[in-house]
Design a protein around this ligand. Structure first.
Ligand code: ADP
Ligand code: TRP
Length: 340
């Protein structure tokens, strides 16, 4: 039965992955993670920590292991409910890497040459490996392995979803309706979170406020946020101030409005805003911090969550892989029995 059949409305199956290449910062949370978590109730959902993708940049095994565990703890602390959504580590589902190969055989080189992760590195003269070059194919396998219909991503990932749709379409055209074509769900692109220096917040610019950062360290960073040097008496437009943008993310609405009025009135100092930001940030993430501490102290709990998530994921991915193997002439039957 073709999974993309028009006979009945397709079930909503949400999938997203996030690379464990550093501790999560506010850009990751407000720009991506928060929206992913909000979608967990929309239908069956799968969320994974993309450690195979991270291998193209993190080359220290102990660090990778720690980042994967931290990412899992962070996600659950931030509200991902492992009862509702399957939370797992990408490499715990080997079906996906096998599926990557099947997709690779229908991937035109030119398609990958146009993908920005590779193109950007190349244009900056950085040597790319085949892992980075074929990254969008692994990402496609991630999506297709679970018959995902909705893939919440940031703007930077939309091109990869297009690649995924392209590859799935080619495979289906050659071998029959094997794969479900996913749709990207662009998460609020207006929420481009500025960093402490005013550029886009990114770990590459060393300008991040991390979600679970030690509070005194975070306070120091906030107090050093770059501001303009206009005289304090002048009214300021809150809309083009990065300090206000950060404050708006974490302050309760009435306080945000009061702060906007203060900007418009003038006669205040950025130091006051920074102090208010320190307090609002601590309050905003305080419950998540406590949940994270409790979870981290509960020996074996996060590993058990990831194991259960992987078992659910492998069940689904095994069935899809069997379908794909069968369709392209590989399977002599043993593929269909693959499961966790
Ligand atoms: P970084 O730029 O720190 O390397 P990633 O590229 O790992 O961050 O980001 C993972 C996801 O988090 C991206 O897909 C993007 O949607 C989101 N994201 C990252 N930084 C920001 C930001 N400053 N504003 C909004 N969203 C962001
Ligand atoms: N490439 C994504 C990123 O860097 C992470 C990712 C890997 C992903 N596989 C995915 C996202 C599948 C959505 C679906 O942010």
């Amino acid at each position: 039965m073709p999974p993309d059949s028009t006979a009945a409305p397709a079930p909503v199956r949400v999938l997203s992955g996030i690379q464990p290449t550093g501790r999560f910062h506010w850009g990751n949370y407000f720009g991506a993670i928060r929206q992913y978590i909000d979608l967990q109730a929309a239908g069956e959902s799968f969320y994974f920590i993309a450690d195979l993708h991270a291998l193209t940049t993190v080359r220290e095994p102990a660090r990778l292991r720690a980042l994967v565990r931290d990412a899992a703890l962070d996600l659950v602390a931030l509200g991902l409910d492992p009862e509702q959504a399957a939370l797992f580590v990408q490499s715990d589902v080997p079906e996906v890497t096998e599926l990557t190969w099947l997709l690779m055989t229908v991937t035109p080189m030119g398609l990958l040459e146009r993908c920005h992760a590779y193109k950007d590195k190349k244009s900056r003269g950085i040597a790319a490996d085949a892992g980075l070059f074929t990254y969008p194919v692994l990402m496609s396998a991630d999506i297709l392995a679970y018959d995902a219909t909705v893939v919440p991503v940031g703007e930077d990932q939309v091109q990869h979803i297009e690649v995924c749709r392209d590859l799935a379409g080619t495979f289906n055209h050659l071998y029959g309706e094997v794969f479900t074509l996913p749709k990207p769900r662009l998460v609020d692109s207006g929420a481009r979170v500025p960093g402490t220096d005013g550029q886009k917040m990114s770990k590459s610019y060393d300008n991040t406020l991390d979600v679970f950062e030690d509070l005194p360290a975070q306070k120091k960073k906030i107090m050093r946020i770059t501001t303009d040097s206009r005289p304090l008496e002048d009214p300021k437009d809150p809309a083009d101030d990065q300090l206000f943008a950060l404050y708006s993310l974490v302050a309760p609405e009435p306080e945000r409005q009061a702060m906007a009025a203060l900007y418009q009135r003038g006669g205040f100092g950025y130091g006051e805003v920074k102090k208010a930001l320190v307090t609002a940030a601590a309050d905003y993430f305080s419950a998540a911090r406590s949940r994270r501490a409790a979870l981290a102290a509960d020996a074996g709990r996060i590993e058990a969550i990831l194991e259960a998530g992987a078992a659910r994921a492998r069940q689904k991915a095994g069935a899809v892989l069997a379908r794909a193997r069968q369709a392209c002439g590989l399977s002599r039957g043993y593929g269909s029995g693959r499961q966790a």
